[in-house]
Structure formats: structure tokens, C-alpha cells
Design a protein around this ligand. Structure first.
Ligand code: BES
Ligand code: MN
Ligand code: ZN
Length: 496
């Protein structure tokens, strides 16, 4: 799909469909007014007979309007003008593109010229690109008769002439984020017999080739040499070999300390010997979405050629219950030297992350952010809207929260108080790997915090946000927008 920034009158454009907006209270946007005038009040008539009111996300297609060169005009409701912000703008664009007839291949969008609260031409253009590519995403399915791909090829985003430059920068940004989101969705949606730890490693190697990243993939013998007894404990129950993937994007100053992203890469989580119930277990193919978000974010910063040093670490393995699998009661020795009593083999994410977090120390990071589908408890606490955010440094937490707001990929700050730590007490080892039902997402974060004392660290629990269940089952690509925006903001700060 091609996006271009344009300027001009709507009635003059020759595309398969024009998209214009109408606010509640029957108020047409300037482009809609212009079309109304040329067409002898066709839009006013549609309003008058009650076919459209301006309710946010409502749509109506008018055809063959007098004096209009394009055969279709799609009117989309923008809601109350006094409430029109980026969120509503994105919602309207999503609704409009979802309502497009399948045959439409070129579109001219006239929604980015209306003033939007607390926004800019650049952000509106980026938002349009991200939203369109999200709304028109098709799962790369393995159906023997694949669904037809979208016919949509060209999207013109119309802006005021003075805004063209910044809007073009916005398109580039939006394309980069969308490419990262799409990669993360694709990886998440793949079946777990294809998306294995080795497959993730191959993807990282491919990214390294495409964008010039440094890549290193450590196999079982090297992981053993590092002393990652906790990670290897989880990997033991599976015949798929574990992989420790390390990507580096070194486009910052040579002395600049890197930001390290660590992604949970459990390519299937059966629970291990503490086997999960059968219902919905297929969704545990998404347990590698933390890893997918790291790879997706690398794709985005590669596209942007972001002037920053970034390291990505992905511990990848399956959590399976074969005869070699770890058992409840087993004690593992982590790379940090701390010992862990495994009381539930289904709390495996923290077991692979803790060793990756210790490994992160060698990069002398300015900050480490881990991303993990870590706990069902996080979904109970926050639902599917924000990711859970935990941090040992408030300034870092604030940065990530702000990046989430900016990118419409929000997180919510959760407590990481010492008060919770004793829930992890064990009579037999330095700690247990579970802390009981109360505050399950918090005790999981507390567990990780014991391995991140040497640097500023944040943890994003994406169990509720990484994929959707039910009829719309599929990866969301979150939190690639949040992470990419965080890195862009860091890069901007450092170049000042
Ligand atoms: N991958 C799961 C977390 C999960 C479950 C994410 C459901 C999304 C939906 C994780 O490995 C896990 O199984 N966590 C356990 C921890 C418990 C044993 C302390 C959980 O949340 O039940
Ligand atoms: Mn689990
Ligand atoms: Zn898991």
C-alpha cells in the first residue's frame, strides 16, 4: 500500500473513493462542505433525511455526485467537535476504512485538515498510516483457499499546503511503526509448530541482514556455559532447542549506553508438568509476543535508522511436559547465583527472563525494559486496554507512560512495593517462583526485580494487550508503538 501527502480540492480528485467527515450536530468539515456545494447539496440532503448524523464512527457512502470526479464519497461521523482528539480521529479513520467496499483501490482522505486537539500535522499523518494499516491487516493464514487480499493500493492523505512537509515526516514514522506492528502480529499469529525458538532466531538473523544489525544466537551449550540454569530448566521439557537471541542496533554515539529490550519468547506454554487446562490453550502460541514486540521494534528502528544504541535480548524456548521436564519442588540455580524453588512450572516466563535480565548487565545499559505475556493476573487486574507497567525508577516509568499516551498504546503504572516481596519466600531456596493468588502480576514483577538491581528497569506485562480472543482472535502488535515511540523520544533527547 502506498501513502502520499497531497493538497487540493476534493471534487477535483480522481480516486475510487473520497473520505470526508461530519461532526455531530450535522456540521460538515470544510472538505465535506466543498463537496456539498459542488454537488448541489447532496450531503445536506443525506443529513436531512437522517441517513447520517455525525455520530463517531458512523459511515455512509454516496455515489455519482454531480461535479465530483470520484465515483464514491464516504462520509464518516467524527462525534462532537468539542471532543475531537487523536483518539476520535483514529477511530473515524478505522471506521471509514472498515466500511470501504472491497473493490476500492485508491482513496483520498480529507480528515487530516480538521483541527485536532493537542495534535500536529505530523502526528495526524502518522496516525492515519498506522490506523489504516492496522484496520486493513489480513492474517497470513494457512487456509487452502486464502482470503482475497485487500484491493487497496493508494491512499492520499490531504493536508493544507503549509503542512505537507511535516505530514510527510509523519508518513515515514507511521510506516516504520506499522511495519514493526505487522511483523509482531505475523509472528504472533503463526502456529506454534512453525514459530519455534529456531524460527524466531532465523527471523532475527533476517532482520540483521535487512537492516545491518549485529546478531548473535546462543545455543544450548553456550547457554549452559553462561550458567543460565533457570532458563535451561524451562527448556528441558521440550525437544525444541532453546535459543538466546541477541540483536544490536548501534547507531548512537559509541560511548552512549544502550537501551536494552528483553522479550519473553515462550513459543508455546503448556504450563509444563503444572499443565494448563485445555480450554483456549491454543492461545498460548501468543506467549512469544514479548519477543515479537522486540523484533517488531527493531524492524521499526531499522526503518527509521534511529540514532540510538539499542540491544534486544530474546530468551526463546517451549514450556512442555516431557520426561525431562522440571517438576514442582525442583530447585534451579539462576545465572545470578540466586536459587529458585519451582512451585509451579507454569510460572515459566519469569524463569527465562531472570537469566536474560542478568545477561543484560554486560551491556551496561542506560535502561532495560522487558516485555512479557507474564501473568493471567494482569488481565484480571487491567483487562485488555493497558499493559501493566512496573519499574524500579519513577522517571523511566513516566517516560514509558508518556510514550504509551503519545502512541495510543497505553500502559498503567502498577506498584512494585517491597511489601509484596515476602510472598516469594521459600524454605528451601532463595525464593519461590510464585507468590500466591493475591497480586499475581505484582509478585511476578517482584520476582524479576530481584535480578535487575544493577540498572534502571521497567517491566511491561502484556498478557492482556498482545492479542485478542474470540471472533477477532489475532495478534495486536502491541506494544511496538509504545516502545518505538519511547526510543524515538530518547533519541531526540540525546541529540539535543
Ligand atoms: N503465559 C502465561 C500467562 C498468561 C496466561 C498470559 C493467560 C495470558 C493469558 C504465564 O506463563 C502463566 O502461565 N502464568 C501463570 C502464573 C501462575 C502459575 C503464578 C498464570 O498467570 O496463571
Ligand atoms: Mn505459563
Ligand atoms: Zn507463559
Amino acid at each position: 500500500m502506498e501513502f502520499s501527502i497531497k493538497t487540493g480540492n476534493p471534487e477535483k480528485q480522481r480516486s475510487d473513493c473520497l473520505i470526508v467527515g461530519i461532526f455531530e450536530g450535522k456540521k460538515l468539515t470544510p472538505a465535506a462542505q466543498s463537496l456539498d456545494k459542488t454537488s448541489g447539496n447532496a450531503l445536506t440532503m443525506a443529513i436531512k433525511v437522517g441517513d447520517i448524523t455525525g455520530k463517531l464512527g458512523a459511515t455512509l457512502i454516496l455515489r455519482a455526485l454531480d461535479g465530483v470526479n470520484s465515483p464514491r464519497v464516504l462520509l464518516v461521523g467524527l462525534g462532537k467537535q468539542s471532543e475531537f482528539g487523536e483518539k476520535q480521529y483514529r477511530q473515524a479513520i478505522r471506521a471509514a476504512f472498515k466500511a470501504l467496499p472491497d473493490v476500492v483501490s485508491s482513496v483520498s482522505v480529507f480528515l487530516s485538515e480538521v483541527p485536532v486537539k493537542k495534535s500536529s500535522a505530523q502526528r495526524l499523518a502518522a496516525g492515519a498510516v498506522e490506523t489504516v494499516l492496522d484496520a486493513t491487516y489480513r492474517i497470513n493464514s494457512l487456509k487452502s483457499k486464502p482470503a482475497k487480499a485487500t484491493a487497496l493500493k493508494q491512499v492520499g492523505i490531504f493536508v493544507a499546503k503549509s503542512d505537507m512537509k511535516s505530514a510527510e515526516a509523519g508518513v515515514a514514522q507511521g510506516l516504520a511503526i506499522a511495519a514493526g506492528v505487522t511483523l509482531a502480529k505475523n509472528l504472533g499469529n503463526l502456529p506454534p509448530n512453525i514459530c519455534t525458538p529456531t524460527y524466531l532466531a532465523d527471523q532475527a538473523k533476517q532482520l540483521a541482514k535487512d537492516y545491518g544489525f549485529k546478531v548473535e544466537v546462543l545455543e544450548r551449550n553456550n547457554i549452559e556455559k553462561l550458567g543460565m540454569g533457570s532458563f535451561l530448566g524451562v527448556a528441558k521439557g521440550s525437544s525444541e532447542p532453546p535459543q538466546l537471541i541477541v540483536l544490536q542496533h548501534n547507531k548512537g554515539k559509541s560511548k552512549q549506553k544502550p537501551i536494552v529490550l528483553v522479550g519473553k519468547g515462550i513459543t508455546f506454554d503448556t504450563g509444563g508438568i503444572s499443565l494448563k487446562p485445555g480450554a483456549d490453550m491454543d492461545e498460548m502460541k501468543y506467549d512469544m509476543c514479548g519477543a515479537a514486540s522486540v523484533l517488531g521494534t527493531f524492524k521499526a528502528i531499522g526503518e527509521l535508522d534511529l540514532p540510538l544504541n539499542v540491544v534486544g535480548i530474546v530468551p526463546a524456548c517451549e514450556n512442555m511436559p516431557n520426561g525431562h521436564a522440571i517438576k514442582p519442588g525442583d530447585i534451579l540455580t539462576s545465572m545470578s547465583g540466586q536459587t529458585i524453588e519451582v512451585l509451579n512450572t507454569d510460572a515459566e516466563g519469569r524463569l527465562i527472563l531472570c537469566d536474560a535480565l542478568t545477561y543484560a548487565e554486560r551491556f551496561e545499559p542506560s535502561a532495560v525494559v522487558d516485555i512479557a505475556t507474564l501473568t493471567g493476573a494482569c488481565v484480571i487486574a487491567l483487562g485488555a486496554h493497558p499493559s501493566g507497567l512496573f519499574s524500579n525508577q519513577d522517571a523511566l516509568a513516566k517516560e514509558l507512560l508518556a510514550a504509551g499516551e503519545t502512541s495510543h498504546d497505553r500502559a498503567w503504572h502498577m506498584p512494585l512495593w517491597d511489601d509484596y516481596q515476602n510472598q516469594l519466600d521459600s524454605n528451601f531456596a532463595d525464593m519461590a517462583n510464585i507468590g500466591g493468588r493475591a497480586g499475581g502480576s505484582i509478585t511476578a514483577a517482584c520476582f524479576l526485580s530481584r535480578f535487575t538491581k544493577k540498572y534502571h528497569w521497567a517491566h511491561l506485562d502484556i498478557a492482556g494487550t498482545a492479542w485478542k480472543s474470540g471472533k477477532e482472535k489475532g495478534g495486536t502488535g502491541r506494544p511496538v508503538p509504545l516502545l518505538t515511540t519511547f526510543l524515538m523520544q530518547r533519541a531526540a533527547k540525546l541529540s539535543k
